[in-house]
Structures are given as structure tokens and as C-alpha cells.
Design a protein around this ligand. Structure first.
Ligand code: UDP
Length: 444
């Protein structure tokens, strides 16, 4: 048998494209061939985002595109619009694309279709053509298990038929997993059409023999008792890659970090879609001022205008740097970073763990809450930022918890230990590395 040839199809959002690109880089180092399918829209955006794609392209990685079915003015941040447009338009076009790819690779036709969630339709196409399938789940194995349980929760009366909790309560999905609030399930707050889509998608992706998880056995051991289909192959960001596929990174903050004392800077970032409201933004800005420590804060362009314009009287920010999009992995691994104020998105959580940086957890939605439980209660490498009676994380709370974290030698030591244990999974002979090798042999 030759080397496997993967047709890789991420859902076109940064939280899916980035981990899949990282996985592809690792697969390429094992001699696999990769055809990476981007939507036309995202491919254009990625090509303008610096040389990210140029860096990523190699002899074994080729890009192809298909239209997502939306017009240039359509809002691609609306998941309902994007998911349903993709599901309507792309499946018809995929067989022809596969045929064309195979015609160009006569001795190395596609052996496996690898998707992220929402792209299960491609596994159906592959199944009809006799091509193997697998899934990369871009969040925790715990959230994968939660989504897999969705139909059962409805059956057991924990959720109504639209996925809403019948009553707000905490449940333990599986022994030794953190408690989960039914109000923070990954689909909560979504339109019922999307909830039904998730339930259906969890069935469709069963066509994937493996559900690869960007996590490690030591981080979520209980989740891997749930299904033999779950395969930890991470953390992927432990690879040398530092590329962020879709956004232009402001790398000048790295030079700024070079001038800060070791372990002095507070890094603040809420991922690609974290939104905090006007009052909260102001409170955070004032909290950073109160601390009087250097900070690096990622705010999207609309928020950064608000910070710079609306708060100029009160907010000095003189010790800090605000950027639209940071090279986060490089930032977290910079010796000047002391701690990470994070929304606890799974990728950010993994990147923080792999950098050995302690967290201040500020979850905003969905699985970010259970990720916080892992960080604070299971791994014990962070502290919670609690809200006051007005639902705000106050400036005083920010000051108090950051100072507490700076003084907590136990958390710092555990963060370094967890980094070491976790990275051991991806060295030669490590648990995730061996899983990946078995997966590659299966995909031939
Ligand atoms: N990220 C980045 N620069 C930033 C902020 C975020 O490169 O300024 C990356 C971060 O490294 C992570 C991803 O964006 O890989 C965010 O994913 P995560 O799962 O943490 O959160 P989401 O965006 O899905 O809420």
C-alpha cells in the first residue's frame, strides 16, 4: 500500500480550519498526501492574510476550493446560513472534484476523507464512492461526548425536543467528569433548526470510523471510556506550527514583549468570536489599569475603537498593548507572559496548557464553562473570575484574582508539570503519537 491521501474538509471557521491545518502538517511529516478543500471565500481571505497559506503549502499539501453557495454580501458569521448553504450546494459538486483530483493523482487517489463537524455530508459522499472517512473534533472530547448524548438527553426528558433544558440542573455525563450545567450545553442558545442539525450531524459523522480529538488522554481520561471511536491525537498545537490561517496577525507585539520583564505580562484574549458588552469592556479596561502591570489585550477592531475612543478619559492603558489579532501561540510561549485571561475556548485552553501558562478563566458561552472546570478544578492550573451581583466581572475582581495568581506558586508549578505531561503525548512513542500512527496505517 502507498501513503494515504487525505481529502481534508474543514467547516470554514477559524476554530475548525486552524486545528485541521495543524493536523495536516503533522500528517505531511508522516509522508501523507493532503488535498485541503477550502471554501472559495475563505481561501481568498487566507491568501490575503499574510503568507499563511504560502508557508503552509508544501509538496504534499495542495489546495482546492468550492463555492459555499453564499453571495459576497451574505453574513458568513451566521452559522445557520452558512451551514445550510454549504449542505445545499457543496455535496453535488464534491464527486466531480474527487474525480478531478484522482485524475491528477493516478497512483495516489484519495484514500480517506477527513472532515470537521458540520461537514458530515462529505462523509456521505465518500461512503457512496467507497472512500473511508474520519472526523476531527475541534473541541474537547468531553464536548464531543456531550453532543453525542444529545438524542439521549431528549429521550431521557433532560431536554425538550428542541434541545432546551427542561429544568436548569447540573449533571455528571460520565463518572469522573466535571459536573455540567444543562444551560451551558454546546448547543444552548442556538436556533432549534441548528440543534436538530447537530443531532442529525452526530448520526451522520458515525460514517467516520474515527473521531480524532485534539486533546490528550491525561487531560480528559474519563471521556475516552465513553466510546472506542474517540481517538486522542493531540495536542496538535504542540507541533512547531505557528500559523493562524485566516486572520492577519499583528506580530509587532512580539517585539514589544521582548522588552518586558520575564513573567510580567497579562495576556487577554477571548478567541475568534468572544463578545463582551460595553460595560464589561470598560470594567476590564479599568481592571487592567488598576493592576498597573504590562498587558497584551486582543480586541476585535470594533471593540478596539470603543476602547480607544470611548474610554480615553478613564482608561490609560499606558502599560499595555492592544492588538486586533495576536500570534497567540508565540505570545503564550514568550517568556514575558505571566498569565492568560481566557474565554477558555478549547484551542486556547490547549495552547495555554502547552505553554505552561496559568489561566484566569472567563468563559462566555457553552463548552467554555466545562473547559473552565477542567482548568480550575481538575488540572488546577487556573483561577475563576467571578461575576458580581450585576453580572459583571468587576475591576476589583480582576485585580484581586490576577494578584492572587501572581503569588500562587502551586498553580505555577502545576502548570509547568501539566505542560510536560501533556507534551509527552506527542513525542515519539507518546500516547497521541502512537494513536496517530495507527490512524495513518488505517487510512492507507
Ligand atoms: N487566536 C489567535 N490570535 C488571537 C486570538 C486567538 O491566533 O489574537 C487563535 C487561538 O490561538 C486559537 C483560536 O484563535 O487557536 C481560538 O480558538 P478557541 O477554540 O480558543 O476559541 P474560539 O475562537 O473557537 O471561541
Amino acid at each position: 500500500m502507498g501513503n494515504p491521501h487525505f481529502l481534508v474538509i474543514p467547516y470554514p471557521s477559524v476554530g475548525h480550519v486552524n486545528p485541521l491545518m495543524q493536523l495536516c502538517e503533522v500528517l505531511a511529516t508522516h509522508g501523507c498526501n493532503i488535498t485541503f478543500l477550502n471554501t472559495e471565500f475563505n481561501h481568498k481571505r487566507a491568501n490575503t492574510a499574510d503568507a499563511a497559506l504560502e508557508n503552509f503549502k508544501g509538496p504534499q499539501i495542495k489546495f482546492v476550493t468550492l463555492p459555499d453557495g453564499l453571495g459576497p454580501e451574505d453574513d458568513r458569521k451566521d452559522p445557520k446560513k452558512l451551514i445550510f448553504s454549504i449542505k445545499t450546494h457543496m455535496p453535488h459538486m464534491l464527486p466531480k472534484l474527487i474525480q478531478d483530483i484522482n485524475a491528477l493523482n493516478v497512483n495516489n487517489s484519495i484514500t480517506c476523507i477527513l472532515v470537521t463537524v458540520n461537514m458530515g455530508w462529505a462523509l456521505e459522499v465518500g461512503h457512496k464512492l467507497g472512500i473511508k472517512g474520519a472526523v476531527l473534533w475541534p473541541a474537547s472530547a468531553t464536548s464531543l461526548a456531550t453532543c453525542d448524548y444529545l438524542p439521549k438527553f431528549i429521550q431521557d426528558g433532560i431536554l425538550d425536543s428542541d434541545g432546551n433544558p427542561v429544568e436548569k440542573k447540573e449533571i455528571e455525563l460520565y463518572p469522573n467528569m466535571p459536573m455540567m450545567d444543562t444551560a451551558n450545553f454546546p448547543w444552548c442558545g442556538l436556533d432549534k433548526t441548528l440543534v436538530h442539525h447537530i443531532a442529525q450531524e452526530m448520526q451522520t459523522i458515525k460514517l467516520g470510523e474515527w473521531w480524532l480529538c485534539n486533546t490528550a488522554q491525561n487531560l480528559e481520561p474519563a471521556a475516552f471510556s465513553i466510546s472506542p471511536r474517540f481517538l486522542p491525537i493531540g495536542p496538535l498545537m504542540a507541533s512547531d506550527s505557528n500559523k493562524s490561517a485566516l486572520w492577519q496577525e499583528d506580530t509587532t507585539c512580539l517585539e514589544w514583549l521582548d522588552h518586558q520583564p520575564p513573567q510580567s505580562v497579562i495576556y487577554v484574549a477571548f478567541g475568534s468570536s468572544g463578545v463582551i458588552d460595553h460595560n464589561q469592556l470598560k470594567e476590564l479596561a479599568l481592571g487592567l489599569d488598576l493592576l498597573n502591570k504590562p498587558f497584551l489585550w486582543v480586541v476585535n477592531s470594533c471593540d478596539s475603537n470603543r476602547v480607544n475612543n470611548s474610554y480615553s478619559d478613564e482608561f490609560h492603558g499606558s502599560k499595555g498593548r492592544i492588538v486586533n489579532w495576536a500570534p497567540q501561540k508565540k505570545v503564550l510561549n514568550h517568556p514575558a507572559i505571566a498569565c492568560f485571561i481566557s474565554h477558555c475556548g478549547w484551542n486556547s485552553s490547549m495552547e495555554g496548557v502547552c505553554s505552561g501558562v496559568p489561566f484566569l478563566c472567563w468563559p462566555l458561552v457553552k463548552d467554555q464553562f466545562v473547559n473552565r472546570s477542567y482548568i480550575c478544578d481538575v488540572w488546577k492550573v487556573g483561577l475563576r473570575l467571578d461575576k458580581d451581583e450585576n453580572g459583571l466581572v468587576s475591576k476589583e475582581e480582576i485585580k484581586k484574582k490576577v494578584e492572587q495568581l501572581f503569588d500562587d506558586e502551586g498553580i505555577k508549578a502545576r502548570s509547568l508539570k501539566l505542560k510536560e505531561l501533556t507534551l509527552n503525548n506527542v513525542v515519539e512513542g507518546g500516547h497521541s503519537s502512537e494513536n496517530l500512527k495507527s490512524f495513518i496505517s488505517w487510512a492507507e
